[in-house]
Ligand binder design. Structure first.
Ligand SMILES: NC(=O)c1ccc[n+]([C@@H]2O[C@H](COP(=O)([O-])OP(=O)(O)OC[C@H]3O[C@@H](n4cnc5c(N)ncnc54)[C@H](OP(=O)(O)O)[C@@H]3O)[C@@H](O)[C@H]2O)c1
Length: 352
């Protein structure tokens, strides 16, 4: 038995109830490793989960957090039966960790199938900031989206954690990229990543379609081959209607629905939900367009597919993530509020 500190919610619903607790952590079970956590990567889904807006959120008390990095401290007994053996690790190994909640802690027991060795020379913060955005971008852009050299891709929230990784993967594929951001102060970062000013749209709902047309003209195209969209809301239809024949609109989130406070305003959310974009599936046939959706939790449940997906992401985009903000472990609530506010760039990382 060891003790750990963890940020825990008594139940989903209000971020204000997040509390730092000290508790016992039992020894790792069969097929598990105990990892001493040194850095935690925050994800937008952590906020949705805390507010009770994420379908996979556990009922009752839970520790948020989907990814972290640390050092293997102890191993449980080997897994019985014919299941996959998991990643071969030994005490002292530095690892990146995927976890279905539980990451906001100074130590955790994790199934070794969800461990990926930390690449040489990467810091713990680099490791905590890589897996979720990289798997999301790889799965959405490459596996589902079939992005190819020369194609035109629209990446919403291009300066965010997933967005910057998607940008790097699209550039590595040889695609032409148009990015969108919510605020002009994110422009210099994208320009430093190789996007010309005309390739970045600072979204304005009232003239978003015209903004997309101008950006398309700037890259010498009339339509998108792929839209990579975690916004939904008023930006969905203007993007979808600019898809070329054979175009794919990959929808993987709904950031536009993010409440601004520590609790959800259910009236406002219901109003947004009623006004959510609708589409006629019959038109997709005539127009030769596809709309695809995914949730990484599905891939998490397919642990057998994770090593190949992580290896493909690392092969295509091997550089560490841009870390836009760092917080100490004691400041997890402030880190969450910063991410929720929509003004962060790259990954928000908490260091233990
Ligand atoms: N389906 C999956 O499996 C999966 C996996 C990982 C992430 N996601 C989704 O991917 C998106 C990006 O995730 P991330 O963790 O990398 O976050 P992120 O992009 O680093 O941060 C979220 C961004 O959302 C944008 N945004 C748009 N409307 C917003 C609002 N009303 N309030 C706050 N922010 C708003 C902001 O950027 P701009 O204003 O510049 O656009 C903000 O910076 C999220 O929607 C997340 O839920 C889905």
């Amino acid at each position: 038995m060891t003790t750990r500190r963890a940020w825990k919610l008594p139940s989903a619903g209000s971020l204000d109830r997040l509390a730092l607790v000290t508790e016992d952590l039992p020894p790792p079970g069969a097929g598990e490793a105990r990892v001493r956590v040194e850095a935690i990567g925050l994800n937008f889904a952590d906020i949705f989960a805390g507010l009770g807006l994420y379908s996979a959120t556990p009922s009752g008390a839970f520790i948020p957090g989907l990814e972290c990095a640390g050092v293997v401290e102890a191993l449980g007994p080997s897994r019985a039966g014919s299941e996959a053996a998991g990643t071969a690790v030994a005490p002292g190994d530095r690892v990146m960790v995927l976890t279905r909640f539980g990451g906001y802690a100074t130590a955790l027991n994790v199934d070794t199938r969800y461990l990926v060795p930390l690449p040489p020379r990467w810091t713990m913060a680099d490791g905590a900031a890589y897996l979720v955005p990289a798997l999301t971008a790889w799965y959405g852009l490459i596996h589902l989206g079939a992005l190819a050299h020369g194609q035109v891709v629209l990446i919403h929230s291009a300066a965010g954690g997933v967005g910057l990784r998607a940008l790097a993967m699209a550039q590595a594929t040889g695609a032409r990229v148009i990015g969108t951001v919510g605020h002009g102060d994110k422009l210099p970062l994208l320009e430093a990543r190789g996007l010309a000013r005309a390739q970045v749209v600072v979204r304005e709902p009232s003239r978003f379609g015209a903004q997309l047309d101008a950006a398309l003209a700037a890259v010498g195209a009339a339509r998108f081959d792929l839209v990579f969209d975690a916004l939904a809301g008023p930006f969905f239809l203007p993007s979808l209607t600019r898809l070329a024949p054979e175009g794919r609109h990959v929808l993987y989130g709904a950031a536009d629905f993010m409440p601004s406070g520590a609790r959800t305003n259910w009236m406002r959310l219901a109003w947004q939900y009623l006004r959510r974009p609708r589409l006629d599936p019959m038109k997709l046939i005539d127009q030769n367009r596809s709309v695809l959706g995914f949730n990484l939790i599905w891939l998490f449940e397919r642990a057998d597919r994770l090593p190949a997906a992580a290896a493909a992401a690392l092969a295509l985009s091997p550089a560490p993530s841009h870390i836009g903000a760092r917080f100490p472990f004691e400041a997890v609530p402030q880190a969450m509020r910063a991410l929720q506010g929509g003004r962060t760039t790259g990954k928000v990382v908490v260091e233990v």
